[in-house]
Design a protein around this ligand. Structure first.
Ligand code: CMC
Length: 431
């Protein structure tokens, strides 16, 4: 960590406090307020962490104004075009692109862990058939800590590594089985002769009664969706994983916490909400009505798949996703998909509307992903599980980085208390 030549001065009444400024390798400078409370007996107030760096990290960089996203320095569009998901996992976790031998060994390890402990089948069977696959994923991933005792000691680097491999390897099996269970079909076991994305499609769509061949264009599109969701620095679910882990909780419990956070419609649940919205709009001529609603302060409706806390320009992932949507729909012969037409028109109108322009609300990664996933045959309820499967790579990388960080402390935000001050208990008969 390098200090800036400048420092910040905070003047409170007659006292002046000098605060160091830290240089990032990219992005805005950061004022170091760690000593502030001890020295000045004052907190900072920043709900939603809009101006607060919660940690230092070397994994992912986003420049929201330029619409730039880098993983370990490599631009997302280059990774989406040239790499594949397991290579991106390696890059995120190990901080470098692997050599051929390193990649082969990593792929072999992941492939060797794709099966679930057979007794875990009972967990799936315990859920109601209509359970949301995200509910099943939260439960089953949390339950992994009850099955894999040899990889829950976070102080042991070897156990941490095994837990990371298990989570990346088993997440597709868990997500696919959650889906199979919800539609009453038998679980399909992983096929280790298939690549990561093809194996996932196979586990979702094959049935024991007949052969299923994975279309390589679809498995490439699936893989690209995994890459585009792999990491996104300190978003809500990643911060949840970090906070859960800061207490020393085991990795399976921490990732289950991340999955729970991702489920919300403001985060990973937006892809499902976006497709539901496009269906609700129903036709191009109804778009103005929905644009009007999105702008109305008294209407809770928001354009799903629009806006982002960090991006104040086009989300670079949305660009690649749109390209993928065009390719997949063409391959599947659904070029004139009415939802794609509504989405394209909605995007065009919103990008010209002063409300969206002034607030810098652009389409985000979720705007087009639902259309592709639906065309591939996934129900809406599987969109967020696919996001969770992909984001596991980022969660694991951030978790690994955090545990190895000597500055790692239990996360304990402070608060601005606005409640009652001391008062005496009132017996029930006197209230
Ligand atoms: N439609 C209409 N107005 C919006 C939207 C939208 N989608 N997003 C933000 N605004 C308005 C909002 O009403 C506010 O207006 P004002 O300043 O007049 O009060 C202003 O823009 C700023 O919004 P905010 O809620 O303060 O911004 P935020 O950074 O807290 O929220 C967000 C970011 C992603 C939660 C929000 O843009 C949103 O709810 N978008 C829709 C849901 C969505 O697509 N989420 C997926 C995010 S990308 C995937 C991921 O990372 O999980």
């Amino acid at each position: 960590m390098t200090k800036n030549d400048r420092s910040a001065k905070l003047i409170i009444g007659n006292d002046t406090y000098e605060l160091d400024i830290i240089n990032p390798t990219e992005g805005p400078d950061v004022i170091d307020i760690r000593k502030l409370y001890n020295e000045a007996n004052i907190f900072t107030y920043d709900p939603g962490y809009t101006s607060t760096a919660s940690c230092d990290s070397r994994i992912t960089f986003i420049d929201g104004f330029k619409g730039k996203l880098l993983h370990r320095g490599y631009p997302i569009d280059q990774l989406a075009a040239n790499s594949h998901f397991l290579e991106v996992c390696y890059l995120l976790i190990d901080a470098k692109l692997p050599t051929e031998a390193e990649l082969e060994s990593f792929q072999e390890t992941i492939t060797a862990h794709t099966m679930l402990h057979e007794q875990m089948v009972n967990f799936f069977r315990g859920f109601r058939r209509d359970a949301h696959p995200m509910a099943i994923m939260v439960g089953v991933v949390g339950a992994m800590s009850a099955f894999y005792h040899d990889s829950t000691d976070v102080t042991d680097p070897r156990q941490r590594k095994i837990a990371s491999h298990r989570l990346i390897a088993k997440m597709p099996t868990i997500a696919a089985w959650a889906y199979k269970y919800s539609i009453g079909q038998p679980f399909i076991y992983p096929r280790n002769d298939l690549n990561y994305a093809a194996n996932f499609l196979h586990m979702c769509f094959a049935v024991p009664a007949e052969d299923y061949h994975v279309n390589p264009i679809l498995s490439r599109a699936m893989d690209r969706i995994f890459i585009l969701h792999a990491d996104h620095e300190q978003n809500a679910s990643t911060s949840t994983v970090r906070l859960a882990s800061s207490s020393g909780a085991n990795p399976f419990a921490c990732i289950a916490a991340g999955i729970a956070c991702l489920w919300g419609p403001s985060h990973g649940g937006a892809n499902q909400a976006c497709l539901e919205m496009l269906k609700q709009i129903g036709s191009v001529d109804r778009i103005p009505e929905y644009i009007k609603r999105a702008k109305d302060k008294n209407d809770p409706f928001r354009l799903m798949g629009f806006g982002h806390r960090v991006y104040k320009n086009l989300d670079p992932r949305a660009k690649v996703m749109k390209q993928s949507a065009d390719e997949v729909l063409e391959l599947l012969g659904v070029k004139n998909n009415p939802l794609l037409q509504i989405a394209a028109e909605l995007e065009k109108i919103a990008l010209q509307d002063s409300y969206f322009v002034e607030k810098k609300l652009f389409p985000n990664v979720d705007f087009y992903s639902g259309i592709i996933l639906e065309a591939m045959g996934f129900p809406k309820s599987m969109f967020t599980p696919i996001f969770a499967l992909s984001r596991t790579a980022g969660w694991i990388s951030q978790w690994k980085e955090m545990i190895a960080d000597p500055q790692n402390k239990i996360g304990r935000p402070r608060q601005l208390y606005l409640g009652e001050t001391d008062r005496d208990y009132v017996p029930i008969e006197n209230r």
